[in-house]
Design a protein around this ligand. Structure first.
Ligand code: FCB
Length: 465
């Protein structure tokens, strides 16, 4: 691909060390489509998206961007952009349609073909085992509120690592357990769409237990590089009154510390445990669980999009993702925002990475998602001009570079997302891709941001040649 004139390029590609990993990310339900082929069982997202009123315009992942049949074309695009790595997820219900027991070889074969295609193009596969598409059959038995689901996840992990362990170097257990627990069981905005704090707290702990048990399985199978991806964010109090600071403490507890302390320190923070108990939503911890959950990681994945601003008092009537959070809420950002309404705050990324360095034991960090949604259109010249996404990319890479200069052990960056796709409850209305997809024709068009990213990667390579 020839370099085109996109925008000035503030990113100092030389600020990134030689072995830095440049990639892009997707997830199974958001891109694959083909929900009823090759023996795939239903997932909670099939059920949820087909329930009236749950997703914008009733959109579903039934077709998505047909990656299941177009994966070769998509890998060719990645190669054209010069990506060194691709982060994708495996759909549990393709591999085990009932969530347990029977293994569907055709599902495993799809991922083997995908991985072989990547390897053939010199692109490193980064495989995530769970990006939210739980088999519906397990949901019918309680889903993440049931402790048994963590054991089922370990079985599923064993099947996948046995099939692909010889060719996948980088493994991740879960993507954003905050979303699969608090957003899904407390706020009810994601599948399975429950609003029950006690069940949400159970999901929190069982997801972390699944991560720990899955990690054990991966270690036994000698998977070389094992991590976990969390969505984290700085929490800003609206003011500095004691009430505001108390809200900040509570939200930071459930957004950041509950996950980080469990995984990196082997304990839940005392104040969070107390908050949850006071809300009638205790974490169902059994002896030995936290030792399993805190087994050493090779890397921690950080998904960063925005800073959260919180205030005491709740007036909007929005469902709260915070357990016991009925008397406080998040407020809209004050500055510029993306089409998701998410504030643009590259400084938050730098701050977050610095906090991880300062407050936790050393662990290599990887930005496993970062990106922005805009109302992109294909122009008369056939291109997609997305200067705001280019700016977002450059400003966040500049922040990542600054964190590196400040001693943060950052190993890689994955743009969310490779392709426009099914943005969960927002359906197809929000476009995060660096590659545009025309949903009527499935035509892929790299946006200016894809070319800008390709330039960053090329300049980085040149700086270290
Ligand atoms: C993250 C999800 C990802 C995508 C982005 C925008 O929370 O991991 O699937 O939806 O947000």
């Amino acid at each position: 691909m020839t370099s085109i004139d996109v925008r000035p390029e503030p990113t100092d590609a030389g600020a990134f060390p030689a072995g830095f990993t440049w990639g892009a990310a997707t997830s199974s339900y958001q891109i694959e489509g083909a929900v009823d082929v090759d023996g795939r069982g239903p997932s909670i997202w099939d059920t949820f998206s087909h329930t009236p009123g749950r997703t914008r315009d009733g959109d579903t992942g039934d077709v998505a961007v047909e990656h299941y049949t177009r994966y070769r074309e998509d890998v060719a695009l990645m190669a054209e952009l010069g990506l060194a790595a691709y982060r994708f997820s495996v759909a549990w219900p393709r591999v085990m349609p009932q969530g347990r027991g029977q293994v569907e070889q055709r599902g495993l074969d799809f991922y083997r073909r995908l991985v072989d295609e990547l390897l053939d193009k010199g692109i490193a596969p980064w495989l995530t085992l769970y990006h939210w598409d739980l088999p519906q059959a397990l949901q019918d038995e309680g889903g993440w509120t049931a402790r048994d689901t963590a054991a089922r996840f370990a079985d599923y992990t064993a099947v996948v690592v046995q099939a692909l362990g010889d060719r996948v170097p980088h493994w991740s257990t879960l993507n954003e357990p905050w979303c699969s627990s608090l957003l899904s069981h407390q706020a009810g905005l994601h599948a399975p769409g429950e609003r029950d704090g006690a069940r949400a707290a159970r999901a929190v702990h069982h997801l972390l237990l699944a991560h720990g048990l899955g990690t054990q399985v991966l270690r036994e199978a000698a998977a070389p590089d094992v991590g976990l991806t969390l969505n984290l964010a700085p929490i800003d109090p609206a003011g500095d009154s004691p009430a505001d600071l108390e809200v900040q403490r509570r939200v930071d507890g459930q957004m950041n510390r509950m996950w980080l302390d469990a995984v990196l320190l082997g304990r839940y923070p005392d104040d969070v445990v107390a908050d949850l108990e006071a809300a009638g939503a205790p974490l169902p911890v059994q002896d030995g669980d936290l030792a399993v959950i805190s087994a050493p990681l090779d890397w921690l994945g950080v998904n960063y999009y925005f800073r959260n601003r919180v205030v005491g008092g709740s007036t909007s009537g929005k469902p709260s993702p915070w357990i016991g959070g009925q008397d406080y809420e998040e407020v809209e950002p004050t500055g510029p925002a993306t089409s998701m309404g998410w504030g643009i705050a590259p400084d938050g990324l730098r701050e977050l990475l610095g906090r991880l360095r300062d407050e936790y034991p050393p662990v290599p960090l990887v930005i496993t998602e970062n990106g922005s949604a805009w109302d992109d259109v294909v122009s008369a010249d056939g291109a997609v001009h997305d200067p705001a996404r280019v700016d977002y990319l450059h400003s966040h890479l500049t922040a990542a570079g600054a964190a590196l200069a400040e001693g943060v052990d950052l190993r890689g960056y994955f743009a969310w997302s490779l392709l426009d796709n099914f943005e969960w409850a927002q359906g197809y209305a929000k476009r995060f891709g660096i590659v545009h997809v025309d949903y009527a024709t499935q035509q892929r068009t790299p946006k200016d941001s894809a070319r800008a990213y390709a330039d960053v990667i090329r300049r980085h390579q040149a700086a270290h040649a």
